[in-house]
Design a protein around this ligand. Structure first.
Ligand code: COA
Length: 191
């Protein structure tokens, strides 16, 4: 992974195959098409469904404001070769129970599943969170039925540390969810 670089358009984190960067206005069509899939929304607490162009524009504006702070937590996942958006990753995820601990969140457009992109993106953002933002711990929770996401978390070095009571149920009706966490001293390469 190359060290994150900060420029006028925000912080960029590059890995072997991916570029994590600020959302751009011209990501709108890809964002709406990919995030609008119920197979994505049903596993997340934060992606509206149906997903409108207005939702997409609001998300892009929020992400751009986040990058303007100089220490952003919200990134588009793009293919390095094409710079096209394939998903999203951030340290601005929902904590589930209202905790103020930084929370990892991610999604990948369905056509891109099964290539290791989520673990590659998540690992890079965890590394950025500890080394650049100076975070001490990062948490994530997942719907109890979301085995694919739990595999990503475990692969990136997070440990299953217990369960949390959710403030709102998952789309599948669960009020409790497994909690995962990694501390700065546990940081290791996962890809
Ligand atoms: C969670 C989600 C991002 C996982 O996507 P994914 O494609 O399964 O995860 P990865 O990108 O890490 O890919 C891992 C898979 O790619 C395979 N793979 C193929 N080529 C690979 C490569 N070069 N490197 C690593 N893994 C590779 C792995 O073996 C693994 O497959 P397996 O699960 O059958 O063992 C995706 O299912 C999703 O977006 N879901 C909806 C949103 C969501 O759940 N978000 C998380 C909320 S907590």
């Amino acid at each position: 992974m190359r060290a994150p670089s900060a420029g006028a358009t925000g912080v960029i984190i590059e890995t072997e195959r991916l570029r994590m960067r600020a959302h751009r206005d011209d990501d709108l069509a890809d964002l709406v098409a990919l995030a609008g899939n119920w197979e994505i929304a049903r596993w997340t607490g934060t992606i509206p469904h149906p997903y409108s162009k207005t939702d997409g524009r609001e998300w892009i504006a929020r992400a751009q404001q986040d990058h303007a702070t100089g220490h952003p937590r919200t990134f588009a996942i793009t293919m390095k070769k094409t710079d096209r958006l394939i998903g999203g990753v951030g340290l601005d995820g929902s904590t589930g129970d209202g905790s103020d601990e930084p929370a990892l969140g991610y999604w990948l457009g369905q056509p891109y599943w099964g290539n290791g992109y989520a673990r590659e993106a998540a690992a890079a953002v965890i590394d950025y969170g500890f080394r650049t933002l100076g975070l001490k711990t990062i948490r994530a929770y997942a719907d109890p039925g979301n085995t694919e996401s739990q595999k990503v978390l475990l692969h990136c070095g997070l440990k299953h540390v217990g369960e949390i009571e959710l403030l709102t149920p998952t789309h599948h009706g669960a009020w409790r969810a497994p909690l995962f966490r990694i501390s700065r001293h546990e940081l290791r390469r996962c890809v």
